[in-house]
Design a protein around this ligand. Structure first.
Ligand SMILES: NC(=O)c1ccc[n+]([C@@H]2O[C@H](COP(=O)([O-])OP(=O)(O)OC[C@H]3O[C@@H](n4cnc5c(N)ncnc54)[C@H](O)[C@@H]3O)[C@@H](O)[C@H]2O)c1
Length: 356
């Protein structure tokens, strides 16, 4: 007997919703989108028509959408400051929740969300796409088979020229700057490798507004780096910035006692193109596409969005939590680490993990 498909309500119909919709389109055997909610109805129309979605309901209020859509899963693709209230509303109505990164704008909010999931006996899935990027999955297989010996440290960064989203300009909307917004991907990867057991962080950030390198009107920092140590001996050097032009960089280097491994998620396309008029799209955040470029091949798959949605839908069908790195608790640990990184940068000294 075929299982009934999971019914999904997508809340927020812009950039990240588009990434997730690709995932739903490719796991239509498991799930179907029954509703889309956004304050801007034209965005819902555009998203639905891009994915040829017809049998769904449009909502402008997330409370109404959660109460009335009959969904099993609420997928939160909203600005960071809305993750907490929308997740709590979803758990009150007995839904599973997929939540974009960062889980919330503070660790306290993130903790609230994990507790609400537990009380409702529902799952909170933390959408960290890096862990599903096929190149990262392959790299981790190579590391785990011992091909580079014992893992010593990773160096990882996400960087581009700045978020398109207005909420990312304020601390109240976003929770910080590029570290919480971009750096949370490499932080999440490092935490997954270190079983969430970081012992100590040191950090440096530009500090926002006039102290920033480029984005002088942005409240959060536009450049950040940190060093993390883990109980299992691994170290991680993480960088995030909004000052990188030429397209998004998602780069990870792994160093072990018997080898090393380099992963480049954005610039590793097998296609090389020279164009005088320019290509309509090459890679995320590329400002120009003329001259030589490496247009991405199946970018949403290669950045992990397709894999993460399938994983969450498989787990939701079985009423099971996600694998490590993608559970609510992992999103909470990312928030705790990010807060420690900001505290270390502010104090100018190392911050130890108070929970170890
Ligand atoms: N995993 C990734 O690589 C990745 C990439 C981009 C964004 N994100 C995350 O996804 C989330 C959303 O980011 P985005 O770039 O899609 O933002 P966005 O600004 O492009 O879109 C947010 C959408 O939410 C809608 N909205 C705002 N308030 C609302 C409300 N109260 N009710 C209904 N709709 C409302 C807006 O109209 C807008 O369409 C953020 O948490 C961000 O960090 C993750």
């Amino acid at each position: 007997m075929t299982q009934p498909r999971i019914k999904v309500l997508v809340i927020g119909a812009a950039f990240s919703a588009d990434l997730h919709m690709e995932g739903y389109q490719r796991c239509s055997d498991l799930a179907r989108v029954v509703g889309i909610c956004d304050m801007q109805p034209d965005r819902i129309d555009a998203l639905a028509s891009r994915y040829r979605l017809e049998d769904y309901t449009k909502y402008s209020s997330y409370e109404r959408a959660i109460a009335e859509s009959g969904c099993d899963v609420v997928d939160i693709c909203l600005p960071n400051f809305l993750h907490h209230p929308v997740a709590l509303c979803a758990f009150r109505h007995g839904k599973h929740v997929v939540c974009e990164k960062p889980l919330a704008i503070t660790a306290a909010q993130a903790q609230d969300m994990t507790e609400a999931a537990k009380a409702a006996e529902k799952c909170l899935y933390y959408a960290e796409d890096w862990l599903f990027a096929p190149a990262v999955v392959r790299a981790l297989e190579i590391v785990r088979e011992g091909a580079i010996g014992d893992l010593l440290f990773i160096r990882a960064r996400e960087a581009h020229s700045g978020s398109h989203s207005p909420f990312a300009q304020t601390i109240a909307g976003c929770g910080g700057g590029c570290m919480i917004h971009l750096g949370i991907h490499p932080v999440g990867l490092a935490l997954a490798l270190g079983d969430n057991r970081w012992t100590c962080v040191t950090a440096d950030v530009t500090g926002g507004m006039e102290r920033n390198l480029v984005h002088k009107a942005m409240e959060g920092e536009d450049w950040a780096s940190c060093s993390m140590s883990f109980e299992n001996g691994i170290r991680a050097v993480v960088e995030a910035n909004y000052v990188t032009v030429g397209g998004m960089e998602d780069v990870i280097d792994f160093y072990g006692t018997k080898g090393c491994l380099h992963v480049d998620l954005d610039f590793s396309s097998a296609v090389r193109c020279f164009s005088i008029p320019g290509v309509s799209y090459t890679i995320e955040k590329a400002e120009i596409t003329t001259g030589w470029s490496s247009p991405a091949v199946d970018e949403k798959y290669n950045l992990g969005y397709v894999g993460e949605i399938r994983h969450f839908m498989e787990r939701a069908s079985a009423g099971r939590d996600a694998m490590p790195g993608l559970r609510g608790i992992d999103g909470l640990e990312c928030m705790r680490a990010v807060e420690a990184i900001y505290a270390a940068a502010k104090a100018g000294t190392a911050v130890k993990n108070p929970n170890l």
